[in-house]
Design a protein around this ligand. Structure first.
Ligand code: HEM
Length: 391
């Protein structure tokens, strides 16, 4: 990493975190914890100006970094800076037509275009590609709840990636291979890890701290003229690889295809490539259904169907946890107590909360293969396979 990029990174890991933490403690100590405008103004301006000095230096250098890792690091750091500016209401896309941070926007657009990602910080910056130095990960604040959130998101993502990787390895072996047992077992263990990570978030994360001091850094903001939705823990390909490989969601379904297109550039280039590969595979469910008439009593069929259905059940459990536990407890319930003005930009993607909740509910129902007359879930197909199992 070049000297200026290094200095910016050091600032992001130290003064930036200290100032954000101090501001969070000021907001949180108020009776109205949602109040941000007019609080800690000097500190906010110091944060804005110090960051701008680093960014102007990097922009003058005109260098997008030495290779992918360095460029990705610069993009993340500019993004964290802009995410904080949005959180402290020094920018708000609802009242502006373009970002009031032209230098940061230019740098982000330059680097983002170079590496093929959106010009904002992405989930990977704070999770799977968040380089710890001396044990400390990058973050907005040093609040224990933010670290808990970042760490458990990372553990969850790593678990889904392991499950996706195992399922993907079944494709070249073919659904009739008896050695799929080790891959289904690996997927089951990984999904068990994701379930435990969700449980830890549910029981250990403080609702108020998360809602008022962590979540606001994930709001949408503008880069140049364009508004970009916030990052969310779902911006990695593994979860969609599982959807597609299990056959619970289909890449040619208009709702799901839109979701994939929308999230593509929020993912790392290597994730984009994996997802594209997966989109052209036939799902394991369709593979099993295609041979069901001819082979349903074969040992390999019985074994692989049983394991496949167990994987589906565990994946369904993670989807239910996300929607019925995490989203409900940490977003829906606290949002219910806010006044209308504070509800703006409550989510990472920007649509009004009820619209977002409906969309997340659709995803949950596809993943659990729910009984819904208005949605093409795979409920009947899973039931058919279950019916072929010999006890
Ligand atoms: C406190 C914990 C969490 C909360 C409150 C939460 C909430 C949300 C919300 C509200 C969204 C919609 C995006 C938006 O805001 O616009 C979302 C999306 C998503 N989240 Fe989480 N989330 C949490 C943790 C996790 C974890 C640990 C994972 C797994 C690694 C995860 C996976 C996803 C995925 C995959 C999406 C994209 C939609 C989908 O495909 O289901 N989330 N989350």
């Amino acid at each position: 990493m070049r000297k200026r990029a290094e200095a910016f990174d050091r600032w992001i890991r130290t003064s930036f975190v200290e100032m954000n933490t101090e501001l969070e403690n000021l907001y949180f100590a108020q009776r109205d914890r949602a109040r941000v405008i007019g609080v800690g103004e000097n500190l906010k301006h110091q944060l804005r100006d110090e960051g701008r000095t680093h960014i102007v230096g990097l922009l003058e250098e005109g260098n997008t970094g030495d290779g992918f890792a360095s460029a990705f690091g610069v993009l993340g750091n500019v993004g964290l800076y802009l995410g904080a500016m949005r959180r402290h209401e020094l920018t708000n896309p609802a009242r502006e037509e373009r970002s009031p941070f032209p230098e940061a926007s230019s740098l982000a657009m330059h680097v983002g275009a170079c590496i093929g990602m959106v010009p904002r910080f992405a989930t990977a910056h704070l999770t799977t590609h968040n380089m710890a130095l001396g044990g400390v990960r990058k973050s907005f604040t040093s609040l224990p709840d933010e670290f808990l959130f970042i760490d458990e998101n990372t553990r969850g993502i790593l678990a889904f990636q392991r499950a996706a990787d195992a399922l993907m390895r079944i494709v070249p072996l073919g659904i009739s291979s008896p050695v799929n047992d080790v891959l289904f077992d690996a997927a089951k263990r990984a999904l068990g890890d994701a379930i435990r990570s969700n449980d830890r978030l549910f029981t250990e994360l403080d609702v108020e701290r998360f809602f008022f001091c962590v979540r606001p850094y994930y709001k949408p903001y503008r880069i140049g003229r364009q508004e970009y939705r916030g990052a969310n823990a779902g911006d990695f390909s593994g979860i969609n690889e599982i959807d597609l490989l299990l056959g619970l969601c289909r890449a040619n379904d208009p709702y799901y295809a839109q979701l994939l297109v929308d999230k593509m550039l929020f993912m790392l280039p290597q994730d984009q490539a994996r997802l594209k590969e997966c989109m052209s595979c036939r799902s394991l469910l369709d593979e099993l259904l295609a041979v069901a008439d001819s082979y349903s009593s074969a040992d390999w069929f019985q074994q692989n169907v049983r394991s496949f259905l167990e994987v589906c059940a565990l994946f369904a459990h993670t989807a239910t946890q996300h929607h019925d536990m995490l989203v409900k407890r940490f977003i829906e319930q606290p949002a219910g107590k806010l006044v209308e003005a504070d509800l703006q930009g409550i989510t990472a993607s920007g649509p009004p909360l009820p619209v977002l909740l409906r969309s997340l509910e659709t995803l949950r129902d596809l993943r659990v293969a729910a009984d819904r007359s208005d949605l093409a879930t795979r409920r009947a197909d899973l039931a058919r396979l279950r019916g072929l199992l010999q006890t």
